[in-house]
Every structure is written in structure tokens, then in C-alpha cells.
Design a protein around this ligand. Sequence first.
Ligand SMILES: NC(=O)c1ccc[n+]([C@@H]2O[C@H](COP(=O)([O-])OP(=O)(O)OC[C@H]3O[C@@H](n4cnc5c(N)ncnc54)[C@H](OP(=O)(O)O)[C@@H]3O)[C@@H](O)[C@H]2O)c1
Length: 315
Amino acid sequence: MEKKKMLVLGASGLTGYKVMQLAKSRFDVQGTYNARSTSYDLLLKLDLSKPDELNKLMHEVKPDVVVNTTALHNVDYCESHPEEAYHINAAMVKEMAEHCDNIGARFVHISTDFVFDGRKGAPYTESDPPNPESVYAKSKLEGETFARTCQSWCVIRTSVVYGWTPLETQGSTSSSGKPMNFALWALSKLARAEELKIVRDQFTSPTLADVLAAVIVKVAGTAVGKNELYHVAGTSCTSRYEFTRKLASMMGYRADAVQPVESKLFAQVAKRPALSCLDCSKVQSALGYRLLNVDESLAVMRSQIEMESPNLLGS
Ligand SMILES: NC(=O)c1ccc[n+]([C@@H]2O[C@H](COP(=O)([O-])OP(=O)(O)OC[C@H]3O[C@@H](n4cnc5c(N)ncnc54)[C@H](OP(=O)(O)O)[C@@H]3O)[C@@H](O)[C@H]2O)c1
């Protein structure tokens, strides 16, 4: 039987890269890059800020499933560049949804825990009302609304996505202006014995990109996730500081190399929720899939680094 065609928008990013790797066996998969070209997969160029590039690509590829992992997710940059943020995170999602309808494709779109204001004081379920407080979060919520206009959609909200990827050790910077995901950034600082001051008053559900990608590929290929909103994240609700201490220990460094600070000491332009952890019960029971906690996830990441870049590990 002929494989269905999957188009991964943002395949040069962490989530997109993992989706490409996992989807290969089940789909005829193609992906896009913008600022970071890569030799790992032959990706197609797509710049969402340029008119007509998306249109051309959709007509050329004619996918059965579109997975959108693109985003302008530098939260502080978005705050001072609202037009750009709304264009990439909302207006272009509207176009993607329209293209999917025109060609009869399923649309899987990734969103964020930041759509919540953080004042609940406990992990958020899909039925909790969003209340975004930054330009990034507002633009992402608008993107969700557009994605949900598609005939066949699935919106997945996630939280602090991290993991090992060879693409982020090449020194290039993404369209969001970030060279690395949070965990790899922290690990590279630990490897250089640099000081790490991490906020202890922001709580999230750090998510291993491999697990997020596995769920994305599952919902892309079955009817289960049709027209559903899912929270997909790590099952530990933890502060950035505690997460980074665990990362340090798991990767062979002293946990006390990580020092706690209050977020008010950082000049952060955009407001962040104090606790945006996600309750992922719905997706776990719908798919019969167990998500991982921080310890399990970091063990997976360590095993990949041991094989691919052991010089990053401590003793
Ligand atoms: N990272 C997190 O902590 C986090 C937390 C919650 C939710 N999310 C959501 O999860 C999704 C995936 O995040 P991620 O961490 O995997 O992101 P990522 O590694 O930064 O990848 C983003 C991808 O989008 C592409 N992209 C960005 N701007 C573009 C543009 N103007 N035109 C075309 N492509 C563009 C990037 O291309 P280039 O790299 O080639 O420039 C890259 O392939 C996003 O929707 C994000 O909002 C992320």
C-alpha cells in the first residue's frame, strides 16, 4: 500500500526534526527549513514571512497530513514585534488551515502552555479557559482558533520542549534567534563549567521532544485525534531550577553547579505564567500512551548523548 504523504513545517527545529525521524517508516515525509539548512535531511526552503511561498509548497507537495511545528517563539522578541508574531503564529496558521481544506489534508498544529495565565496553581486541563498574557501567547491562541477551523484538525499544546538533536550543535541560529533548546543550552554551559543561574519561581512540564513527536505521529496516522485539543507534555510539574539540577545530575555534573534565582532579577520583557504545567490525562487515555516524567525523559536524552556526543557529559 502506498504511504500517505506528510509535510512537516519546521523540520529544522527540534520537534520537527524528531517528527521527521519517527514518521519516516509510516509516511512518505518531507519537511521544511528557514534559517537553518541541514545536511541531515533534504529539506525544502519555506520562509513564512514571504508571500506565496506556502501556497507554492502546498501545491507542489500536496500532502495528506500537514504537521505545523513552526513558530516565532522568542517570547520577549514577540512582545516588541507583535506584527511579526501574529503573522507567523496566527495569520500563517489560518492560511495553512485553508490550504489543508483545499487539498483535503489533516492539520496537526502545535501550541503552548503559555495560553494560560498561571494563576490556577495546578496543572491545566484542556477544558480550563485560556487567558494569554503576552503577545507570543495571544498570537499562539489565535493560531489555535484558526487551526480549529480546518475540516480535520488536531491542536497539541506542549511545554518547554527539550532534547538531544545534532542540528543544534552546528552553531546556527533559528528564525526565533535561538541556537539551542533550554536543556542543551544548560548542558553546554555545564560542560564549559560556566555559572548557571536558573529561575525557581516558574513551573512548567518540561517535555522530551521525542515523546511529543511520538504523539504527533500517532495522531497524524489515526482517527483518534480528529478534531481534538490535547495537552502533551512531561508528567512532572517542576521549576526550571529543579529541572536543571536534575539535568546536571543525570548528565554527570554536580547539581550545585546550578544556582536558584527569582525571575524578577531577570529583565524579561514579556510576562510569563508562574505555573503553566499541563494535565495530560486526556491524551494518555485516548491513545493508551504513557507519557514520561522528568527522570525517565532525561535518561532517554542521556542515552542519545552517550552515543552521539559523549564529550557533552560530565564524569
Ligand atoms: N520550545 C519550547 O519550549 C516550546 C514550549 C511550548 C510550545 N512550543 C511550541 O512547539 C512548537 C515547536 O517548537 P520547537 O521548540 O520545536 O521550535 P524550534 O526548534 O525553534 O523550531 C521551529 C521551526 O520553525 C521554523 N520557523 C520559524 N520561523 C519561520 C518562518 N518565518 N518561516 C518558516 N519557518 C520558520 C524554524 O526554521 P529555522 O530553524 O530553519 O529557522 C524551525 O524549523 C512551536 O509551535 C512552539 O510554539 C515550544
